[in-house]
Design a protein. Structure first.
Length: 168
């Protein structure tokens, strides 16, 4: 058992709100880090697929609610990314702080590719190469740059959840 449902939902809600409303309102940069993706990928590495899939679904639905896109697409993409990122069952990888950060980069690329695939399947005309070069890779680099702070926060939350389980 992981976090209480309301703790995870609140964390994902705040991350989605920061990502979709607060940072764009500041208008400082055109690119924005994907905090929901970072939380999901890091939790997947720390705790595994079983605990992460509900997070991914809820986080995706929250992002879908805050965006004007097709409802459910982000949720589906994040569930697939969480499944691919969940190396948390391998205990050797849990102890290495570099693994979640590297996973954020590759998960961001996978997220971008899956999103492009779903947009293309809905008959949107896309220039794949330009989008990869100008959007997906820079976003993956930005997410990777922000991942150490997110990892620090998520590892503290994970430690607290583990201690709560041991006391129960």
């Amino acid at each position: 058992m992981g976090l209480r449902w309301w703790t995870a939902t609140t964390l994902l809600f705040v991350a989605a709100l920061l990502q979709t409303s607060f940072l764009p309102a500041l208008g400082l940069v055109s690119a924005r880090p994907d905090f929901v993706l970072q939380c999901i990928v890091i939790w997947a590495v720390l705790r595994g697929v079983r605990e992460t899939l509900p997070w991914a679904f809820i986080g995706g639905l929250l992002l879908d609610l805050f965006s004007g896109g097709t409802f459910g697409t982000t949720a589906l993409v994040l569930v697939l990314v969480a499944f691919c990122s969940s190396v948390g069952e391998i205990s050797l990888l849990k102890s290495n702080a570099l693994i979640p950060i590297v996973m954020v980069f590759w998960a961001s690329v996978l997220d971008g590719l899956l999103t492009l695939f779903f947009l293309a399947s809905q008959h949107y005309h896309l220039d794949w190469l330009a989008t990869l070069r100008q959007v997906v890779v820079p976003n993956a680099l930005l997410n990777t740059a922000c991942a150490p702070l997110t990892y620090w926060l998520m590892s503290r939350i994970e430690r607290r959840a583990r201690q709560r389980l041991q006391l129960a």
